[in-house]
Design a protein around this ligand. Structure first.
Ligand code: PLP
Length: 374
């Protein structure tokens, strides 16, 4: 069986370091926030090249507090891509604001800058570009449009730790960048975790208050705050894993490059190679019109796959009012039907990748023969 991702292999590679960090935190009894979380914040800010990093209990909390710190609330509209994980849009609702969806670009699979601009109204206050699968959105065009209309930019970098665009890291181009440290993300805790980065000290100070009951000094509650703090053990774990992230990302890029080579010239669609971007391949998604048949055949051959994502946000029952049914955002809808995520993780071997691609190409050609005969 080849898994979609292999957290057991990751743990085996860093077991001694990770066990020591956890035991040391257990003995210290600094279970919520504390010195290990502070140290991780400093390390993560330096890793991103941001002035401030604030550790939180999830990526969803990061998006929620980013919106609140920017003063966004009821009556405000926030634009987000239709092709994303639902948390991007749920956070807009948490803030009491109104989500407005826009379609993605068929080549980058990220927010289409022209569609974003068309979705702007007099009530729009912010845009949340998502760096889907670890490929950064078109931040030059998006920030130019946002600036022209006086909108804040919140980057959903939950899938893009360490992705770069001309020497600027994902999360540091907009006003605030939001990260998830969910276990399966490129940098993952051993439980829930998230955080924000920003260069704006005013926003950082607000977010620090909001995550800890809106306190300024103990039991002096100056804002309607939340319990969104990071656990000490997760901070200790993330500090250990962050040291390995550059090497893990290098391996992810090698895995992606080998998939690109093995699938070149075939009927399998591969991710467009970004020119000025350093993609971090959280997901390696192929495209094929018979996606379900390929997924089924791969599963029968012992190869796990994933769908990121099988339905755009406006076709989810809870968010149906954000579109006008099928046909509202045609690029997102088509991608949702064709995307198939292949196994990708630093420990995946070239032999396993060959096995995956041999199976995939055989399945694709069987389909081609069948449709030819019919
Ligand atoms: C994972 C993810 C989130 C949510 O992060 P959690 O830590 O699970 O709350 C938000 N946006 C995107 C694009 C994600 O992939």
């Amino acid at each position: 069986m080849i898994p979609l991702l292999d957290l057991k292999a990751q743990y085996a590679g860093i077991k001694a370091e990770l066990d020591a960090a956890v035991l040391e935190t257990l003995a210290s009894c600094a279970y919520v926030s504390g010195p290990r979380v502070d140290a991780f914040e400093a390390d993560f800010a330096a890793f991103c090249g941001a002035r401030e990093a604030i550790a939180l209990n999830s990526g969803t909390s990061a998006l929620h507090l980013a919106l609140l710190a920017l003063g966004i609330g009821p009556g405000d509209e926030v634009i987000a891509p239709a092709m994303t994980f639902v948390a991007t849009v749920a956070a807009i609702r948490y803030a009491g604001a109104t989500p407005v969806l826009a379609d993605v670009d068929p080549e980058t699979w990220n927010l289409d800058p022209a569609a974003f601009e068309r979705a702007i109204t007099a009530r729009t206050r912010a845009v949340i570009p998502v760096h889907l699968h670890g490929r950064m959105a078109e931040m030059d065009a998006i920030t130019r449009i946002a600036r022209r209309h006086g909108l804040a930019v919140i980057e959903d970098a939950a899938q893009a730790h360490g992705a770069r665009m001309r020497n600027r890291s994902a999360g540091t181009i907009g006003d605030i960048g939001c990260f998830s440290f969910y276990p399966g993300k490129n940098l993952g805790a051993c439980g829930e975790g998230g955080g924000v980065v920003t260069d704006r000290q005013d926003l950082a100070a607000t977010i620090r208050q909001l995550r800890d009951w809106g306190q300024e000094g103990r039991y002096n509650h100056v804002r309607h705050g939340f319990n969104y703090r990071m656990d000490g053990i997760q901070g200790a774990i993330l500090a250990v894993k962050l040291k390995h992230l550059p090497e893990w990302t290098r391996r992810r890029r090698e895995v992606a490059a080998l998939y690109d080579d093995l699938l070149a010239g075939s009927p399998i669609g591969t991710p467009a190679k970004p020119k000025e971007l350093e993609h971090v391949y959280h997901v390696y998604a192929i495209r094929h019109p018979e996606r379900d048949r390929l997924a089924h055949g791969l599963a029968e051959a012992g190869i796990a796959t994933g769908l990121h994502y099988p339905r755009p946000v406006h076709l989810q029952p809870a968010y149906a009012e954000l579109g006008r049914g099928p046909g509202s955002f045609p690029v997102s809808e088509r991608l949702a039907e064709e995307f198939l995520s292949l196994p990708i993780f630093p420990e995946l071997t070239p032999a396993q990748q060959r096995q995956i691609c041999d199976t995939l190409l055989r399945l694709a050609s069987e389909g081609a023969v069948k449709s030819h005969a019919a």
